[in-house]
Every structure is written in C-alpha cells, then in structure tokens.
Design a protein around this ligand. Structure first.
Ligand code: PMV
Length: 339
C-alpha cells in the first residue's frame, strides 16, 4: 500500500471568475486573479491510499462516504492516471484502486472557496502518489475552476486561454507572497450555512440570462487584469484595493442581473461594505478592501499595520451579543500544497 497526504489552502479572487464558455472542460469567460492564503484555519487535507487489495475507487468527504461517480472527480482521477501512464507507468500499477479521504477545517460550500482548496488538494495528492510532475493546474481546473489558482502560492492569474482543448487555460504565478509580505487578509465568517445557489448553477444561469455578464467578461475584465497586475507588481495598495472592491461589486451586480437573481450577499455583508467605505473615507484614503465570493462572508484585504484597528472596528460594529462574526486571520503563502 502507498499513501500520500497533502494540505492545500483556499484562494480569494480579487478579479472574479464567473461564467464558463465550456462547461465540460471548465473554460472560463474571463481571466481571474487571486491570492492564496496561508492559514491553518482554511485548509483542505487529503490522504490518498493505493493498494492491490482495494476492489474499487472510493472517497470520503468530511468523514462521509460520497459517490466516486461524481463526473468531475472521475475526470481528475482519469487524467492523472492518463499522465502517469506516459510519465511514470511503474509507480502505481494500473490495476490498483485508490481510497481518498478529504476534509476541510472550515464550512464547506458557504462561499469560502472550499471546492478550490478541495480539488487543488486532491489533484496535488494524486500527482504526488502517481509520481506525476509538471503543471497539473489544468487538471485541478476540471475539478473546480478556481482550484487551479490554489495550486500556486502568492499572487496567481488564471488565464482563460484560447485553445478549444483548454490546454492553455492554466494558472501562473504573478509574484510570490514574499514580494508583498505586508499584505494581510481577514476573513469575516458571517454565515457558515450552505449557499442556496451553487456557483455552478449560478454561473450557468448568468451565462444564459445576464446581459451584464458579457459586457463584464469582454469589456471590463481584460483592462482590470492589466491594472491589477501592475498594482501588485508596484505594491500599490490603493489601486489594488479599489479594483478588488469594484470587481466584487460588479460580480454581485451580474449575479443580481441573472434571472432569477442569485443573491449571495446578505444584510450583514452590505453593512460590512458600508462600514469599510466609511472607514476609508474617515482616513481620507483606502486602507481596507472588501471582496465577497458566492456567499455572504467577507474577505478584507489590508496592510499589516492596519490589522489591529480593523479587528477592533469589526468587534465594535458587530458585538458578539448581536452577531458573532468569526474573524479568521490569513497570511499569504509563498509555498502551497506541501509535498
Ligand atoms: O470554482 P468555482 O466553481 O467554485 O467558482 C468560484 C467563483 C467565485 O468564487 C465566485 C469567484 C472566483 O474567482 O473564485
């Protein structure tokens, strides 16, 4: 029997991916940019065992056995095995089956990028087990689109690519975390309930019905991606923060422009948005940026020097007796998916 265990952190997009041009291969309509977090509070951990005694492939997620027939899961396994057949045919014999155990130490499907960490971890663990080397982000992408960005640390860009095969729809690192070590993220867990509309369904509905989506994907995001890369390379927090907030707002505008609308933010999310704008206005400059994925939880970006004041502000604005907001502190990571 051979066994490998890996952990992988979530990534938080500052330019959002929303909408696919190919559902099967998970090819996005637009490029996206994220930072990969380094915090033991937001991780997926996966162990994969291979043995000649296993009679079938099986998977357990957070302690419960799930169907291995999930097409995305099957596809990731199939592709790693296909690459292994060419690269490392002798590492794990083709007749061996695998048992996969994966757990997240944070709410699954609550808009905290759980599938990104989960699939990145699965693909990294399988690649390690089968001895596969090279870029496997295109395989992780076919598990969950945003998972390809969790394969790398620091600041990461997922290129939408132009090839129909998806071979150039991969993640690359813009800069390692050490490039901008002062950058910090606070994750405000407003709710850990499962979201009503999954990102897969939300995106499908947006592609089918939103008029704003095409404008965003083709007219707005390409320019924003260039500006964001420049802001990251120049460590220009003001630009970084403004683009991050505008992009989150536009993504949620697209979600609302979808018919029927996909409503991911709640009243507390909107209170956080107002609070951050007031805080920035009071300082006469942008000190904090918010961003929301497909759920109500906020991710706040700031420089390290601002963390104590912002944590105090959140405690003051949302006292535990009214509403407990769980604040998770994230650092960026240089390295990802320890092997
Ligand atoms: O990779 P998915 O299918 O979980 O979609 C992620 C979509 C967003 O989190 C809303 C945006 C992003 O780029 O991560």
């Amino acid at each position: 029997m051979t066994r490998v265990t890996c952990i992988a952190p979530v990534n938080i997009a500052v330019i959002k991916y929303w909408g696919k041009r190919n559902e099967t291969l998970i090819l996005p309509l637009n490029d996206s940019i994220s930072t990969t977090l380094c915090t033991h509070d937001l991780c997926a951990k996966t162990s994969v065992m291979a043995s000649p005694e296993f009679t079938e492939d099986r998977i357990w997620l957070n302690g419960r056995e799930e169907s291995i027939k999930n097409p995305r899961l099957k596809n990731c396994l199939l592709q790693i095995r296909r690459v292994a057949r060419d690269q490392t045919p002798n590492v794990i014999p083709e007749s061996w089956h695998v048992h996969i155990c994966s757990e997240n130490n944070f709410p699954t499907a609550a808009g905290l990028a759980s599938s990104a960490a989960g699939y990145a971890c699965l693909v990294a663990t399988l690649a390690q087990l089968y001895g596969v080397s090279g870029d496997v982000s295109a395989i992780a992408r076919q598990g969950s689109g945003s998972a390809c960005r969790s394969m790398l640390g620091g600041f990461v860009r997922w290129h939408k690519g132009v090839e129909e095969s998806g071979s150039d729809s991969i993640a690359t690192q813009i800069a390692p975390a050490s490039h901008w070590p002062e950058l910090r993220i606070l994750v405000l867990v407003v709710s850990d309930h499962k979201k009503k509309t999954s990102s897969t369904i939300g995106m499908q509905n947006s592609v089918a019905t939103s008029e704003l989506l095409n404008y965003r994907a083709h007219q707005v995001v390409p320019g924003r991606v260039k500006k964001m890369e420049k802001a990251i390379m120049e460590k220009d927090f003001t630009q970084f923060a403004e683009i991050t907030m505008r992009d989150s707002n536009q993504f949620h505008a697209v979600a609302l422009d979808t018919y029927p609308p996909a409503v991911y933010m709640n009243d507390t999310s909107h209170s956080i948005v107002n609070l951050i704008h007031k805080f920035n206005a009071a300082h006469g400059q942008i000190k904090v940026a918010y961003t929301f994925d497909a759920g109500p939880n906020a991710c706040l970006y700031m420089l390290e020097s601002e963390v104590p004041e912002v944590v105090g502000l959140i405690d003051w604005a949302f006292p535990a007796k009214d509403m407990k907001i769980n604040v998770l502190r994230g650092l960026q990571t240089e390295r990802n998916v320890p092997k």
